[in-house]
Design a protein around this ligand. Structure first.
Ligand SMILES: Cc1cc2nc3c(=O)[nH]c(=O)nc-3n(C[C@H](O)[C@H](O)[C@H](O)COP(=O)(O)OP(=O)(O)OC[C@H]3O[C@@H](n4cnc5c(N)ncnc54)[C@H](O)[C@@H]3O)c2cc1C
Length: 401
């Protein structure tokens, strides 16, 4: 039935307009810079929406923090912060994506505990009868901080790779190459593609900067705020025994009174991941050159053994370090870059990049295809809330030696 005052020609014209708009979107080319979890999730989401995607990765898929993080997910731990809605939406999307993508990256719900251990002071003993019984016997203050309704985990490297594989199976392309610049219209007001270090040019209708802490390099090409890299160490063990679906956050004090906050994550594939020991060591320009600090993994290994005695007989599969991307106010940057139409940024997710990748990708998909987000308001993540970094201040954030 026609609405009053509308002719059938008018309705036909509107339909033609909608179809033309849809075809325009379908022929859209998006270049994503970086194949960490944020770039991979954006590639998956956009390719599901029928957009032609090219991902450009300097080193290897999930080679940086996205392959070395804990992969722990919590639905409500960001409550009271601007990230709360993004985290809740992302947690729910993780469950949906795991159903769509199948059992390829160890997604599972977990019980989560906080414990305290001191080698300096006597703390109240916890009851041994309760859970996480695989921890050392003198663990204190054991309390549940997450249930299977609110906490989960994934293998971060397998997750990131699965997203890239799912995107490429829908026609997305993955290039190994270093993005070295942005191509813009003559007046600089519109992004038109990227330039690679080897001189190749790739045309695009939209460009997403998702290079983790290396996104700061884009301050050479775009008016965008600083992004920093905070270094953390981690060890992946293969214990002889399979541990239950539990994750443990520890407050540990050694005999010298030094405090540490390691996270212990037994995974679905039988491995056990421990991370901790942050450092302010500078970010090398080349992601392949990130190495542990001298003594960093040795100290983390000794703490791991102190907390989980059964690791004495475990194989060490990896001793590694990576930089998580952080912003000046600790809130991610997600959205259009001011003054340059078609340029988008998605980084600065700090300790919650694995968690918040699906919601970030969904928001980018909605922004690029529909012009606005539907599920997560992103005003709080706007790059324009922070001052743009002057390109000559880049060395503050990046070790260019
Ligand atoms: C020790 C540790 C534990 C963590 N644990 C958790 C956790 O349990 N849960 C959670 O949610 N989050 C966790 N995080 C945070 C999470 O890992 C990060 O927020 C997330 O991996 C960031 O992803 P990204 O895609 O933004 O960046 P990255 O993973 O850094 O990816 C950026 C990519 O860009 C590429 N690149 C760089 N320069 C260029 C260039 N010029 N051209 C093309 N490509 C380029 C890099 O090679 C890299 O692959 C942890 C972080 C650390 C350090």
């Amino acid at each position: 039935m026609l609405a009053p005052g509308r002719s059938s020609m008018g309705v036909l014209r509107d339909r033609c307009y909608e179809v033309a708009k849809l075809i325009g979107k379908m022929s859209m080319q998006v270049v994503i810079c970086g194949a960490g979890v944020i770039g991979a999730a954006a590639a998956y989401e956009l390719s599901r929406r029928g957009i032609a995607v090219t991902v450009i990765e300097r080193w290897r898929v999930a080679g940086a923090a996205s392959g070395k993080s804990g992969g722990f997910l919590a639905r409500d731990w960001c409550r009271g912060t601007p990230v709360a809605v993004l985290a809740e939406r992302s947690f729910d999307l993780h469950a949906a994506w795991a159903r769509d993508l199948g059992d390829r990256y160890g997604y599972r719900r977990v019980d989560t505990f906080a414990v305290a251990v001191s080698d300096r002071r006597k703390l109240a003993r916890a009851h041994r009868a309760n859970v996480a019984g695989w921890l050392a016997a003198d663990i204190s203050h054991r309390r549940r901080i997450g249930s299977r309704d609110t906490t989960a985990q994934i293998d971060p490297e397998a997750f990131t790779r699965t997203l890239i594989e799912a995107a490429t199976s829908r026609g997305a392309r993955l290039f190994i190459g270093t993005v070295a610049g942005l191509r813009t219209s003559r007046d600089g007001s519109r992004a038109e593609g990227v330039t690679l270090e080897d001189g190749r040019d790739l045309a695009a209708d939209a460009v997403i900067i998702a290079m983790g802490p290396w996104s700061v390099l884009a301050a050479h090409w775009l008016p965008m705020p600083a992004v920093y890299g905070l270094k953390g160490h981690s060890i992946l063990f293969r214990p002889e025994a399979m541990l239950p679906s539990e994750t443990v956050f520890v407050d540990f004090e050694d005999t010298d009174g030094e405090t540490y906050a390691p996270e212990i994550v037994p995974r679905a594939d039988g491995t056990l991941y421990v991370c901790g020991l942050s450092s302010s060591a500078p970010l090398p320009r080349d992601p392949a050159k990130v190495n542990p600090e001298p003594g960093g993994c040795e100290k983390l290994g000794a703490i791991s053994l102190r907390l989980v005695p059964l690791l004495g007989s475990a194989k060490v599969l990896a001793s590694q370090a990576c930089h998580r991307p952080i912003t000046a106010d600790g809130i991610p940057l997600i959205g259009p870059v001011p003054q340059v139409a078609g340029a988008f940024i998605a980084t600065g997710h700090s300790v919650w990049g694995m968690l918040n990748a699906p919601g970030t990708a969904e928001a980018l998909g909605e922004l690029i295809v529909d012009g606005r987000t539907r599920h997560v308001p992103i005003a709080a993540f706007s790059p324009s809330r922070l001052p743009a970094l002057a390109p000559n201040a880049l060395s503050i954030a990046l070790n260019q030696a």
